[in-house]
Design a protein around this ligand. Sequence first.
Ligand code: MG
Length: 337
Amino acid sequence: MKKQDYREFIEQQEKQMLSPYASLSSQSKGRDRAVIPCPIRTEYMRDRDRIIHSKSFRRLKHKTQVFLLPMGDHYRTRLTHTLEVSQIARTIARGLRLNEDLTEAIALGHDLGHTPFGHMGEAVLDALVPGGFEHNVQSLRVVEKLENSGKGLNLTFEVRDGILNHKISGNPATLEGAVVSLSDRIAYVNHDIDDAIRAGVITKQDIPQKLNDILGNSHGERINTMIVDVLENSLLKPQVCMSEEVGTALNELRNFMFERVYLNPLARTEEAKSKRLLEQLYMHYLEHIDEVPDEFSGNIEEDGKERIVADFIGCMTDRYAVLDYERLFVPSGMMLF
Ligand code: MG
């Protein structure tokens, strides 16, 4: 087979094998800037690769999921969360005969706009920046405007739409986007339970028995129940959903996590300090705008200085923010003896 035929072969396979509700890569609404088609990869495979090779993707490894700057090696970070979402979403997409490559690209890109220190960092910037700050909107801004030295990744419409609309309140244009949105919830509720037990914030016995009866008793059993339920309720339908019983159980488990973990003072011990840290960094860079790196400051005329400072801080990892704060505000002693 000639190299040139390979992408066409996959596009042909998609037409033959995928559900009538799947997004075909050959029918993508395309990119803002036209590119020469790849001889090997489809448009969505190419988007997935562009995301994996981006700097913002690598930074996810030092960004908080729930536990700030975790010292234990086994806690999730934003990167491992992203990989778990991607794996769950691909399993569902394969089962529903949707486009697995598109699903994977959306999943790998969905959290690229997350700030340091998780949702707390997002809330701090949201309160400070005129026009607000939401991580899904910022994920889109990262791939459209900030990545690739300010040129953006030039992704297809379907991937950008799925990234923007991955929150519960979103309304993605493709079923692949809907798969990622639901997989995000399945992933974080379950892995956050696992991490909260690891941290001693809850015990296994704290999970309401009623929910164990419906979903199963372990991390693996719960994820399995949820995925099977999505497949049984969505196969060859123009929607991605759970049964009422399992959907309600997932929501109750999420409420349980809010009550016992996300809003628990033990899991939030460092929050006030991180909030102060980000606020001071924000004020510092507003006053010293010339210290903001070029890749962000190029947008100053179009977006204003508050937004570009938010871009810079939003892109920082937990560890970069702490080191930058130390560099700016903590005196370093000299060893004189
Ligand atoms: Mg997520």
